[in-house]
Design a binder for this molecule. Sequence first.
Ligand code: PMP
Length: 380
Amino acid sequence: MDYHTIIPMLAERLSHLNPYKPGEQPSDRDYIKLNANENPYPPPEAVTEEVSWLLTSSRKKLGLYPDPDSTKLREAIAKHLNQTGGVLASDSAAGELHFEITPDMVYCGNGSDEVLSFLYYAFFDNDAPLITPEFSYSFYPVYAGFYNIQLRKVPLKSDFSLDVEGMLKDAESSTGMLFANPNAPTGIALSRAEIRGMLERFPKDKVFVVDEAYADFGKESVLPLLSDFPNLVVVRTFSKSLSFAGMRMGYIVAAPELIRAVTTVKNSVNHFPADIICQTAAAAACSHTTYYRGTTVSIVTTREEFRDSLINAGWEVLPSQTNFVFARKAGKTGREVYEAVKAKGILIRHFDVPGISDFVRITIGTPEQMEMLLSAMEEI
Ligand code: PMP
């Protein structure tokens, strides 16, 4: 839309923005929502009890500013990561973390979307390209537009995995590296050994960002690499595995010096990115690892069962280490599949983008929801 013809005093830069389009939230009827990689299970009751206590017995606190640095929450996150190793679905991940993550290695923000935006501002310059996969989280190009940073988009390999060699090509002349692992919307992950290999060959004076939004549903985290690579920045979120999409809490784990740089950006934009309710609830969530291991393992089990059923029904389904699968059926476009299941009251996601337009991205819900989706998809 050309705003300037209607409102001439607007800044010119507004017309160049190409904002992110999130999964739709229609209100015309009740849908089963499998389109935004939300968690079908609620946070544990202990978290909501903590919030109720804040809203009742301690409600005077609502009139005071929250801790700008989320100190208690950063301590809770560090403890949670040391306990889980960054992968709720794996019992062995904690043993792979051979050093302690300390609170000064953690930065908290208003969802990982905001955290990512501050990373762009802090570390990426506009005189050199940022390396990122051609298909990854669709907010990355939006920020590139916002901050006027060029992208070097590296095509995925024919099996939709990341092209490691392609990503490293001409890394010297880049401003940094950014990708999601496991990647979205494919669900495919590189191993930690592969990412270690990339970091060994990547310039040490540039930031290498791994977005681990979905790592809790996978096999490995890159957190253990932080001790060897001070230029590694790991972005994580409470939205997916911790059932917090409505609360907005994302964080970074990195060397304390890098955390201080992002904190400087935060303190130049919004001193208080996390409100007191979110800080309190998120800190409480961190001490309920057993509950979250249970919900995460259930989602992983449902994912594998759903994937097998779809494959048996003639679909191609990429291997996933996330809470979603990326699937296609020969002869159908993603939009056709999306429309067919929407008519049955189920929302999934499709991307009208050449290269992936025949796929749909399906969030893993409860076993009952996936059964309903399967019968809707059987008729396609
Ligand atoms: N990174 C990736 C790869 C994602 O898929 C998402 C969720 N859409 C985010 C970051 C943002 O998550 P949030 O802002 O809810 O923390």
